[in-house]
Write a protein that binds this ligand. Structure first.
Ligand code: HEM
Length: 423
């Protein structure tokens, strides 16, 4: 670690000019122990982090094909100590940084599944990054106090008047007040925890043929609920897929564009004006992972469950109409100031639907459950009848992951010095 720091490779949080390659370090609980962090300090880390993702499998819904005994290596049999994440603006910049690192680091460093390279891709006009089911991704992230807002992309939490306000830094970074004005619990010593964050890393495999086949099989039945038919330029398949995701594949919101894609990546929409889900179904993926103002109470019931997402796809995009045996999915990466934030979203919003009047119906895109279902509410104004998607298979399986601690640069130097004391 000292070598990485000395070489100046670890990238600080802010920069004037975007570097060609960036590098971030994250450690598991076992990684901290391997660095000789004393037990008095280790005991002050949150229980979810100490246990790790494998132990949390039942809680997260990682059962059946998603259970840890079916995960990929190295997640399946061991516990990763340290994750070195390198990002490059171009393939050459990435390769160059990897090459110098391979020389710098000794044996014992493993590259994760080089046969399934992680890379972002776009389709068609390339206006936005896509994920393997074909949807624009990386559009919505929290608008955080003290961080310049990425216009059109970042969205805060709603207040009583329905306006969006910035989210306190403490929801994501340790050592600052969060929603409610309090600090998230911090491990000791303070120098180790201050300015750190916790990272969720999940390898989520997407079964693209299963997703496309399901949509295709349901599309005709769904089309029959629309008496006047669909506009000529919209197919029943794309409409149904959009209803499950909550956005059209081009990224435009169903709230703003309920009848056809709008070629807009705008993110400042709200759900309170669509209480029954006539536009965006109550159980759609984006509505349940960030309900915005949908749950009322001035945002109080959702404001502590926001996640900063920085995921990336792996594997090659499967063109429509094609079949293959390649593996593909998302490396889901999310930051929060306590794993209870992520676990709440995963357990009570993704895998369970009660908060959205969906009973125990899970998220149609990523939820658990062998044969799920989803209600697509009707639209009285447009004359469209409700439709129920029955027997939704599980399209996404977990193939690995863990919970990580991401220290500040000062804390990395402390860790590298080997002189961590709990008090
Ligand atoms: C393979 C699995 C997944 C796929 C294909 C997927 C896909 C998407 C897409 C296409 C969007 C809309 C674009 C955007 O807002 O950036 C989105 C948004 C989002 N997803 Fe997922 N997602 C996956 C897993 C998850 C999981 C496991 C969680 C959390 C437990 C999650 C949380 C979110 C959140 C918080 C948003 C932003 C919603 C908003 O602010 O409006 N996603 N996802």
């Amino acid at each position: 670690m000292q070598k990485l720091l000395d070489a100046g490779y670890v990238t600080p949080g802010q920069w004037q000019e975007k570097p060609d390659a960036t590098l971030n370090l994250a450690l598991t609980f076992d990684g901290l122990r391997a660095l000789d962090v004393p037990e008095e300090s280790l005991a002050t880390f949150p229980a979810e982090f100490r246990e790790g993702m494998k132990v949390r499998a039942e809680v997260l819904g990682d059962v059946g094909l998603s259970s840890p005994e079916n995960w990929d290596e190295p997640w399946k049999t061991r516990r990763v100590h340290i994750l070195v994440m390198i990002y490059g603006r171009t393939a050459d910049a990435l390769e160059e940084r990897c090459r110098t690192l391979r020389q710098l680091l000794q044996a014992g460093v493993e590259e994760l599944a080089p046969d399934q390279p992680a890379e972002s891709f776009s389709i068609g006009d390339g206006a936005a990054r896509r994920e393997h089911f074909g949807f624009a991704d990386g559009l919505s992230n929290p608008d955080v106090e003290g961080v310049p807002r990425e216009a059109g992309k970042d969205i805060g939490n709603p207040d009583h008047s329905g306006r969006f306000r910035k989210i306190p830094l403490g929801e994501f970074i340790l050592g600052y007040p969060g929603e409610g004005g309090d600090l998230a619990p911090m491990p000791l010593p303070n120098l180790l925890a201050h300015n750190a964050t916790y990272m969720v890393f999940r390898k989520l495999e997407q079964n693209v043929p299963a997703f496309r086949d399901y949509i295709k099989a349901q599309a005709d039945k769904f089309a029959r609920t629309i008496p006047g038919g669909l506009p000529d330029d919209v197919s029943a398949e794309e409409f149904l897929a959009a209803k499950m995701m909550g956005r059209w594949q081009d990224g435009s919101s169903l709230i703003e564009y309920p009848h056809r894609p709008g070629k807009s990546l705008a993110n400042a929409f709200a759900y309170a004006g669509d209480p029954a889900g006539a536009r965006c179904p109550l159980g759609a993926h984006v509505r349940r992972t960030n309900p915005r103002d949908a749950l009322g109470f001035g945002g109080k019931t959702m404001s502590r469950h926001r996640l900063i997402r920085r995921g990336i796809t792996y594997g090659k995009f499967l063109p429509p109409g094609k079949e293959d045996n390649e593996r593909r999915g998302i490396i889901f990466i999310a930051f929060n100031s306590g794993f209870d934030q992520f676990e709440f979203v995963q357990r009570f919003w993704v895998n369970f639907g009660d908060d959205f009047e969906q009973g125990n119906d899970a998220d149609p895109i990523v939820g658990v459950g062998r044969r799920g279902q989803m209600v697509i509410p009707g639209d009285e104004a447009a004359g469209r009848r409700p439709f129920i998607c029955f027997d939704i298979p599980r399209f996404v399986e977990t193939k690995g992951g863990d919970y990580f601690f991401v220290p500040s640069l000062a804390a990395l130097r402390l860790l590298a010095s080997g002189r961590v004391h709990a008090s």
